[in-house]
Design a protein around this ligand. Structure first.
Ligand code: ATP
Length: 336
């Protein structure tokens, strides 16, 4: 099976070709970089409009070069695309591109949930069976585990996504987007100062800690100390809830997903927690953690193999598409 994947939920215009037989994933990405502030939905959509055709063409060129079949055969078996969650104006452009390509090549369309793709790429690269997944991305933060045909949301943020929370602080400080890597670098020279830590059962909140961090900055606390403490508290919260999710489900596998998963301190905390309880921990390569079409193509291949394709008239995008809305068709025979 060979699948073209297209991603464009927020900032990454990305296309990939996954060749299942050779386990080969080629990803072509083009990132939107705001000139100031955070991600502007309209500008991001303009970026998609301009960059999606370019990355798709590069990915398809690779697919054509490596295609062994007859020349008049399409170079891929299906087109998979991110249906959501994400920014509506961006999703609509990606949806339109995917529909047009599927019609032009006369191959099926596969609609992928972006957050489930963040999880499944970890299962793919680690060969894990029934992991708990911590999705720590820009616009989201939640724990997922499989049960009875769905990925259930075991715990989640009560307000903003984890990356967006960090980016709000760095905007306040005047640093350019994205803020996560800058906080990580500054934290190296910091010491702990007190900041809120909010976990309620399996859920958590970032709004109080972000307000307190901004306040501390305005009051003159060294920014390195705030960055260090932000990481300790935010990642401590995520690690605490991940541990509880492992304990609740009895799973001994944790995978990480999402762009914030590129952070070394978060990986270290999760790794230590897993080692202490004898669980396996897997953080995929950064190219599979941040938004990328490789994960869309990989999950698209599983869905295509399960016959889980979309009719054109049912292929509308959904900016609020939750992972627990997805019937998990591709692992029907796997343990519950
Ligand atoms: P979603 O997947 O929920 O749609 P998204 O589209 O915003 O989220 P991702 O690529 O998953 O994108 O994550 C981007 C976020 O990751 C940004 O908020 C960025 O600041 C954060 N990030 C990137 N690198 C790091 C890092 N080293 N440490 C912390 N955060 C990071």
């Amino acid at each position: 099976i060979r699948i073209l994947g297209i991603e464009g939920t927020a900032w990454a215009a990305s296309a990939a070709v996954f060749d299942a037989a050779r386990d080969d994933i080629v990803i072509e990405s083009d990132a939107y970089q705001p000139e100031s502030g955070g991600i502007h939905p309209r500008e991001a959509a303009e970026h998609m409009h301009e960059a999606v055709p370019r990355v798709v063409e590069r990915a398809l060129e690779h697919a054509r070069e490596t295609h062994d079949g007859p020349a008049d055969e399409p170079p891929v078996d299906a087109v998979a695309f991110s249906r959501g969650p994400g920014l509506g104006p961006c999703l609509r452009i990606v949806g339109t591109a995917a529909r047009a390509l599927s019609q032009a090549m006369d191959v099926p369309l596969v609609g992928v949930n972006h957050m489930v793709a963040h999880l499944e790429i970890g299962r793919h690269t680690a060969d894990f069976d029934a992991p708990v997944c911590l999705n720590a991305s820009g616009a989201n933060a939640h724990l997922l585990a499989y049960r009875n045909g769905r990925y259930r949301v075991l715990g989640e943020t009560m307000d903003t996504g984890v990356g967006n929370a960090i980016d709000k602080f760095t905007r306040h400080v005047g640093w350019s987007h994205p803020g996560g890597p800058k906080v990580e670098a500054a934290a190296e020279d910091g010491e702990y100062v007190d900041l809120p830590y909010v976990v309620k059962g399996m859920d958590f909140s970032f709004s109080g800690i972000m307000s307190a961090a901004k306040q501390r900055y305005d009051d003159g606390t060294p920014v390195e100390d705030i960055c260090y403490s932000l990481q300790e508290n935010i990642f401590g919260m995520l690690t605490e809830v991940s541990e509880r999710a492992l304990s609740l489900t009895g799973s001994d596998e944790l995978v990480l997903g999402g762009g914030v998963g590129q952070n070394a301190r978060l990986r270290e905390m999760l790794g230590e927690m897993c080692a202490q309880r004898g669980a396996k921990f897997h953080a995929p390569d950064p190219r599979f953690l941040r938004d990328n079409a490789g994960m869309i193509a990989v999950l698209g291949a599983k869905m295509y193999a399960a016959g889980d394709t979309l009719a054109l008239e049912d292929s509308r995008v959904d900016p609020d598409f939750r992972p627990d809305q997805v019937p998990v068709t591709w692992r029907a025979d796997e343990p519950e």
